[in-house]
Design a protein around this ligand. Sequence first.
Ligand code: ATP
Ligand code: MG
Ligand code: MG
Ligand code: MG
Length: 437
Amino acid sequence: MRLSQFYLPTLKETPGEAQIASHRFMLRSGMIRQQAAGIYAWLPLGLRVLRKIEAIVREEQERAGAVELLMPTIQPASLWEESGRFDAYGPEMLRIKDRSGRDMLYGPTNEEMITEIVRASTKSYKQLPQLLYHIQWKFRDELRPRFGVMRGREFLMKDTYSFDASPEDARKSYLKMFAAYLRTFRRMGLETVPVKADPGPIGGDLTHEFVVLAENGESDVFLDRRLLGKGVPGADTDFSGDLEPMFKDWTSHYAATDEMHDEAAWAEVEEAEKLSLRGIEVGHIFYFGTKYSEPLRAKVQTAEGEEVAMEMGSYGIGVSRLLGALIEAHHDEHGPKWPVSVAPFHVGIVNLRPGDEGTDKLTAEVEAELTAAGVEVLTDDTKDRAGEKFARMDLCGLPHVLTIGPKGVAAGEIEWKRRDTGEKSALPQAEAAKTIT
Ligand code: ATP
Ligand code: MG
Ligand code: MG
Ligand code: MG
């Protein structure tokens, strides 16, 4: 991609409303533009990262055996009247009337709708388990939308729903998602910790939030340091096999949100291992049994011929929030440092003298070689000052920057800078593409 043909409206000034690094950099690097409080347009650079995150989430859902569908953003209120949540949900729900005066809503979540879909065709335990997911925009009229995409009103969520015939099977579904989440976040270059979350009136211990530790997180978490730096389940994980040992390994150290914090258990943790930090909730998994299947009469026949409400769980990932969390975890004063797996482009090429025969030729060659190897390249072919170009590349956070200027062309060299470490080195022209692929 040539910058002259791309749409990258970067800002020099820091917008006043941006209080934290991720919000500031997303606005300044032209990734998003606010349209109303907590509602953003996704500009080309931001959309590329959003799509990469989505792709990783999708791959790991599929690996764990979940099947994708797509439910609408607008839902009829009638479904929510069946579950009793139409009134209970409160002012976070955006309620709308259609032209006939029917009550509708912009979905804040989809438990009711997925239950309606599954109950229509599932009559026997033999049709279970089912793990269904979608990646769809949600709307929650947050009291205090802030920090950009971290707490938006309209935001992109991946939500999976599990349907099982027994609590034992539902636990297996829960563990699949637990393992899938560990893999998903790690593949994005994020360290997350699963912490015990509040099950509310449902009770039990099958609910965890996955949090990214960050100063600007909105949650307080208490955890045992030994949970950090642990290996996550491998790509060869057998999701239909026994995941209990993995689960036990990850849940045997203390980790809880402030709602679930237990002073007595905390006192047992060795002082040197105690961490009390701020975190960003990027995922949340929850086994809630028959909370929706009971009122919505989503039932199946068991092997014994008994009719039982399906056992359900739901599993959310804040896809758009992850962009903010990723920047909070990886940035310096100049901009984000995107991990390769989610970077908007892998390599930036700065042509210091567009119009010069030598630099243009070398730029085109390196670009072609990288592109042929499947590397995504953004080439700055503008006539802006060199300093401006370098600052823009830092602000875009591309993992590698190659600089091509007349001196280098003469010396047969290209300057290579790694965004994560800031390390610079001179590469022989013929090796530039090979070295960074
Ligand atoms: P929070 O505690 O931050 O308000 P939540 O517990 O209300 O989040 P869930 O209902 O668990 O959110 O939704 C699943 C995931 O969706 C969350 O873990 C989070 O990553 C994401 N999410 C929730 N609300 C927002 C929001 N307003 N903006 C962006 N992402 C959100
Ligand atoms: Mg909330
Ligand atoms: Mg929460
Ligand atoms: Mg939650």
